[in-house]
Design a protein around this ligand. Structure first.
Ligand code: SF4
Ligand code: SF4
Length: 199
Protein backbone atom coordinates (compact mmCIF):
# COMPACT_ATOMS: atom_id res chain seq x y z
CA UNK A 1 0.00 0.00 0.00
CA UNK A 2 1.30 3.47 -0.93
CA UNK A 3 1.03 6.21 1.68
CA UNK A 4 -0.01 9.76 0.58
CA UNK A 5 2.82 12.22 0.31
CA UNK A 6 3.11 14.70 3.16
CA UNK A 7 2.44 17.66 0.84
CA UNK A 8 -0.83 16.14 -0.41
CA UNK A 9 -1.84 15.35 3.15
CA UNK A 10 -1.22 18.95 4.18
CA UNK A 11 -3.33 20.22 1.24
CA UNK A 12 -6.17 17.86 2.14
CA UNK A 13 -6.19 18.98 5.79
CA UNK A 14 -6.02 22.69 4.78
CA UNK A 15 -8.94 22.20 2.36
CA UNK A 16 -10.95 20.47 5.09
CA UNK A 17 -10.40 23.39 7.48
CA UNK A 18 -10.50 26.36 5.09
CA UNK A 19 -12.86 25.01 2.44
CA UNK A 20 -12.09 24.64 -1.27
CA UNK A 21 -9.98 27.28 -3.07
CA UNK A 22 -12.22 27.33 -6.15
CA UNK A 23 -15.51 29.27 -6.23
CA UNK A 24 -18.90 27.56 -6.56
CA UNK A 25 -19.77 29.39 -9.82
CA UNK A 26 -22.37 29.13 -11.41
CA UNK A 27 -24.25 28.18 -8.22
CA UNK A 28 -22.85 31.24 -6.48
CA UNK A 29 -21.91 34.52 -8.19
CA UNK A 30 -18.22 34.82 -8.95
CA UNK A 31 -16.43 38.11 -8.28
CA UNK A 32 -13.31 38.39 -10.48
CA UNK A 33 -10.04 39.79 -9.22
CA UNK A 34 -9.58 43.57 -9.42
CA UNK A 35 -7.22 43.44 -12.42
CA UNK A 36 -9.19 40.75 -14.28
CA UNK A 37 -9.34 41.41 -18.04
CA UNK A 38 -12.88 40.79 -19.29
CA UNK A 39 -15.09 42.09 -22.09
CA UNK A 40 -13.77 45.38 -23.57
CA UNK A 41 -16.34 48.17 -23.48
CA UNK A 42 -16.53 51.49 -25.30
CA UNK A 43 -17.30 54.75 -23.53
CA UNK A 44 -18.99 57.14 -25.94
CA UNK A 45 -17.96 60.28 -24.07
CA UNK A 46 -14.31 59.23 -23.85
CA UNK A 47 -13.92 57.90 -27.39
CA UNK A 48 -13.05 60.31 -30.23
CA UNK A 49 -13.24 57.74 -33.05
CA UNK A 50 -9.54 57.71 -33.99
CA UNK A 51 -9.56 53.92 -34.61
CA UNK A 52 -6.16 53.38 -32.93
CA UNK A 53 -7.74 50.53 -30.94
CA UNK A 54 -8.66 48.76 -34.21
CA UNK A 55 -5.18 49.20 -35.60
CA UNK A 56 -3.42 47.61 -32.63
CA UNK A 57 -5.87 44.74 -32.09
CA UNK A 58 -3.87 41.53 -32.72
CA UNK A 59 -6.95 39.51 -33.69
CA UNK A 60 -8.49 42.17 -35.96
CA UNK A 61 -11.71 41.86 -34.04
CA UNK A 62 -12.49 45.59 -34.17
CA UNK A 63 -14.18 46.46 -37.44
CA UNK A 64 -14.18 50.08 -38.65
CA UNK A 65 -17.16 51.00 -40.82
CA UNK A 66 -17.14 54.49 -42.35
CA UNK A 67 -20.53 55.51 -43.76
CA UNK A 68 -19.94 58.83 -45.58
CA UNK A 69 -23.25 58.65 -47.51
CA UNK A 70 -25.47 58.68 -44.43
CA UNK A 71 -27.47 61.82 -43.67
CA UNK A 72 -24.95 62.46 -40.90
CA UNK A 73 -21.74 60.71 -42.01
CA UNK A 74 -20.58 58.35 -39.28
CA UNK A 75 -17.76 56.03 -38.29
CA UNK A 76 -18.90 52.86 -36.56
CA UNK A 77 -16.44 50.84 -34.50
CA UNK A 78 -17.68 47.29 -33.94
CA UNK A 79 -15.78 45.09 -31.52
CA UNK A 80 -16.58 41.41 -32.05
CA UNK A 81 -15.85 40.13 -28.58
CA UNK A 82 -16.32 36.50 -29.64
CA UNK A 83 -12.89 36.85 -31.35
CA UNK A 84 -11.29 38.92 -28.57
CA UNK A 85 -8.38 37.45 -26.60
CA UNK A 86 -8.69 40.06 -23.81
CA UNK A 87 -5.09 41.18 -24.25
CA UNK A 88 -5.83 44.81 -23.33
CA UNK A 89 -3.88 46.33 -26.25
CA UNK A 90 -6.90 48.43 -27.29
CA UNK A 91 -7.13 49.98 -23.83
CA UNK A 92 -3.38 50.59 -23.67
CA UNK A 93 -3.32 52.30 -27.09
CA UNK A 94 -6.45 54.42 -26.66
CA UNK A 95 -5.31 57.99 -27.30
CA UNK A 96 -7.68 59.47 -24.70
CA UNK A 97 -7.28 56.56 -22.25
CA UNK A 98 -11.03 56.96 -21.69
CA UNK A 99 -12.53 55.46 -24.85
CA UNK A 100 -12.26 51.73 -24.26
CA UNK A 101 -11.67 49.75 -21.08
CA UNK A 102 -11.66 46.09 -20.25
CA UNK A 103 -14.48 45.36 -17.83
CA UNK A 104 -14.62 42.45 -15.40
CA UNK A 105 -17.45 40.79 -17.34
CA UNK A 106 -16.58 37.17 -18.11
CA UNK A 107 -19.90 35.37 -18.50
CA UNK A 108 -20.21 36.09 -22.23
CA UNK A 109 -21.68 32.90 -23.71
CA UNK A 110 -24.51 33.47 -26.20
CA UNK A 111 -26.30 31.35 -28.79
CA UNK A 112 -25.91 33.77 -31.72
CA UNK A 113 -22.30 34.87 -32.26
CA UNK A 114 -23.38 37.70 -34.58
CA UNK A 115 -24.82 39.40 -31.49
CA UNK A 116 -21.43 39.46 -29.74
CA UNK A 117 -20.78 43.10 -30.66
CA UNK A 118 -19.75 46.09 -28.62
CA UNK A 119 -19.93 49.31 -30.63
CA UNK A 120 -19.59 53.07 -30.69
CA UNK A 121 -20.47 55.65 -33.35
CA UNK A 122 -18.78 58.96 -34.13
CA UNK A 123 -19.62 61.70 -36.62
CA UNK A 124 -17.28 61.96 -39.61
CA UNK A 125 -15.79 64.99 -41.32
CA UNK A 126 -15.52 64.80 -45.12
CA UNK A 127 -13.23 66.67 -47.48
CA UNK A 128 -14.90 69.77 -48.93
CA UNK A 129 -13.06 69.12 -52.17
CA UNK A 130 -13.68 65.48 -53.06
CA UNK A 131 -15.95 64.25 -50.26
CA UNK A 132 -13.56 61.56 -49.00
CA UNK A 133 -13.31 60.74 -45.30
CA UNK A 134 -10.88 62.92 -43.34
CA UNK A 135 -11.58 61.61 -39.86
CA UNK A 136 -13.93 61.67 -36.94
CA UNK A 137 -15.05 65.17 -35.94
CA UNK A 138 -14.10 64.72 -32.29
CA UNK A 139 -10.72 63.27 -33.25
CA UNK A 140 -9.86 66.35 -35.35
CA UNK A 141 -10.89 68.62 -32.47
CA UNK A 142 -8.81 66.49 -30.05
CA UNK A 143 -5.74 66.78 -32.30
CA UNK A 144 -6.22 70.55 -32.65
CA UNK A 145 -6.43 70.91 -28.86
CA UNK A 146 -3.27 68.83 -28.43
CA UNK A 147 -1.43 70.96 -30.99
CA UNK A 148 -2.43 74.22 -29.31
CA UNK A 149 -1.18 77.26 -31.31
CA UNK A 150 0.48 74.87 -33.83
CA UNK A 151 -3.01 73.89 -35.02
CA UNK A 152 -3.14 77.26 -36.82
CA UNK A 153 -0.71 75.92 -39.42
CA UNK A 154 -3.51 73.92 -41.04
CA UNK A 155 -7.03 75.17 -41.85
CA UNK A 156 -8.41 71.65 -41.29
CA UNK A 157 -7.09 71.73 -37.72
CA UNK A 158 -8.00 75.26 -36.74
CA UNK A 159 -11.43 75.14 -38.37
CA UNK A 160 -12.10 71.94 -36.41
CA UNK A 161 -11.04 73.69 -33.19
CA UNK A 162 -13.09 76.81 -33.92
CA UNK A 163 -16.12 74.69 -34.78
CA UNK A 164 -15.75 72.87 -31.47
CA UNK A 165 -15.71 76.26 -29.71
CA UNK A 166 -18.75 77.26 -31.80
CA UNK A 167 -16.72 80.13 -33.30
CA UNK A 168 -16.94 78.78 -36.84
CA UNK A 169 -19.58 77.09 -38.86
CA UNK A 170 -18.51 74.31 -41.19
CA UNK A 171 -20.98 74.01 -44.01
CA UNK A 172 -19.24 71.12 -45.69
CA UNK A 173 -20.21 70.90 -49.34
CA UNK A 174 -18.23 69.33 -52.15
CA UNK A 175 -16.61 71.88 -54.49
CA UNK A 176 -16.86 71.25 -58.21
CA UNK A 177 -13.49 72.83 -58.82
CA UNK A 178 -10.96 73.92 -56.23
CA UNK A 179 -9.88 77.56 -56.43
CA UNK A 180 -7.62 79.92 -54.48
CA UNK A 181 -10.26 80.77 -51.86
CA UNK A 182 -10.63 77.05 -51.06
CA UNK A 183 -7.36 77.23 -49.11
CA UNK A 184 -9.46 78.05 -46.02
CA UNK A 185 -11.45 74.85 -46.10
CA UNK A 186 -11.41 71.39 -44.58
CA UNK A 187 -9.54 69.40 -47.21
CA UNK A 188 -7.91 66.00 -47.53
CA UNK A 189 -4.13 65.96 -48.29
CA UNK A 190 -4.77 65.35 -52.00
CA UNK A 191 -7.12 68.31 -52.43
CA UNK A 192 -4.91 70.57 -50.28
CA UNK A 193 -1.95 69.73 -52.53
CA UNK A 194 -4.06 70.61 -55.59
CA UNK A 195 -5.12 73.98 -54.10
CA UNK A 196 -1.58 74.77 -53.00
CA UNK A 197 -0.20 74.04 -56.47
CA UNK A 198 -2.83 76.33 -58.03
CA UNK A 199 -2.09 79.28 -55.77
S1 SF4 B 1 -8.56 43.10 -25.81
FE1 SF4 B 1 -7.04 42.63 -27.41
S2 SF4 B 1 -8.09 41.23 -28.78
FE2 SF4 B 1 -9.67 42.18 -27.51
S3 SF4 B 1 -10.37 43.93 -28.73
FE3 SF4 B 1 -8.77 44.69 -27.37
S4 SF4 B 1 -6.88 44.55 -28.61
FE4 SF4 B 1 -8.42 43.26 -29.60
S1 SF4 C 1 -10.48 57.12 -28.78
FE1 SF4 C 1 -9.81 55.18 -27.93
S2 SF4 C 1 -11.61 53.85 -28.06
FE2 SF4 C 1 -12.01 55.58 -29.37
S3 SF4 C 1 -11.36 54.92 -31.43
FE3 SF4 C 1 -9.59 55.98 -30.48
S4 SF4 C 1 -8.42 54.33 -29.52
FE4 SF4 C 1 -10.47 53.50 -29.96
Amino acid sequence: MRYPKLRELKEAITALIKGPYTSKFPFEPHVPEKRFRGKPEYFKDGCVGCKACAEVCPTDCIEVKDIPDAETPVRKLELHYDSCIFCGQCQAACITQEGIKLSNKFDLAIFDRSQAIESVEKELVLCEGCGCVIGAKEHLAWVAKKLGPLAYSSPTSYLSALKELKLAYLDIQKSEELTRQDRIKVLCPKCRREVTLKT
